[in-house]
Design a protein around this ligand. Sequence first.
Ligand SMILES: NC(=O)c1ccc[n+]([C@@H]2O[C@H](COP(=O)([O-])OP(=O)(O)OC[C@H]3O[C@@H](n4cnc5c(N)ncnc54)[C@H](OP(=O)(O)O)[C@@H]3O)[C@@H](O)[C@H]2O)c1
Length: 258
Amino acid sequence: MSSKILEGKTALVTGASRGLGRAIAERLGGDGALVAVHYGKNREAADTVVGQIKAAGGDAFAVQAEIGSVKSIEDLFATLDKELTTRTGAAHLDILVNNAGIAPNIPMEQTDEDTFDRLFDVNVKGVFFVTKHAIGRLRDGGRIINISSGLSRAVGGMDIPAYSATKGAVDVLTRQWAVAYGGRGITVNALAPGAIDTDMNAGWLRDNAESEAMIKSVQALKRIGKAEDIGDAVAFLAGPDSRWVTGQYIEASGGWLI
Ligand SMILES: NC(=O)c1ccc[n+]([C@@H]2O[C@H](COP(=O)([O-])OP(=O)(O)OC[C@H]3O[C@@H](n4cnc5c(N)ncnc54)[C@H](OP(=O)(O)O)[C@@H]3O)[C@@H](O)[C@H]2O)c1
């Protein structure tokens, strides 16, 4: 009987109902982890992801939270504790993927206070408080993978500075936590996608030949990224082979603007 690389591990993937989170959850589930598929509003989509993981021979369950609310995050962890204990006998986590995020595609001039606050609530405060609650539940040798963005490194003609700044904050938290929890063998890395075909980019990238051509012209690899490209990169950071990699900003962007 062949054992899977993440057999016996538990994972929480935020924003796993769609897009990159879905691909990450399905890949970790395929590698044998029991996956908590977090969703915000789309219960049906999260249930579909759970069903996919189970159909592929893995195990998963859905958990809800509004990631911009600390109270909602607390409720998420209360549910998570119960679900994990029922399935494994303990409320232990091994892998946390902070993926849920928003990216309103608006330039500086159109960014009002509410939009700015919402961006930081979901993309930074959410990552901070999910991790704060997860850290005591993470077993030694665990993994934290924060989904950053190529936009925290380069501008690349994209005029969305508030969003880019949220991902800069995520990179800083990654380094802070790598040092803080390294003594427990926990690795913490930022995985930064380039432009990937998900709902987040549907408005400007999907079925838009001009945008596609612009992205390909500044990438070493000449295609638009797929969610599975990120799921596979996260699987490396979640697995045993990345044990000596921590505190790093790692881009999975097809070589965007190098
Ligand atoms: N796509 C890209 O090209 C790209 C590039 C660089 C970085 N990223 C980053 O990658 C991550 C995932 O992006 P994506 O493209 O997969 O986005 P997406 O397709 O829009 O999916 C977003 C996911 O996050 C959840 N979510 C969003 N806001 C939430 C909130 N306030 N509370 C709870 N859940 C929330 C959604 O859940 P529900 O649908 O259930 O509400 C959904 O599962 C984000 O952090 C994004 O910034 C993406």
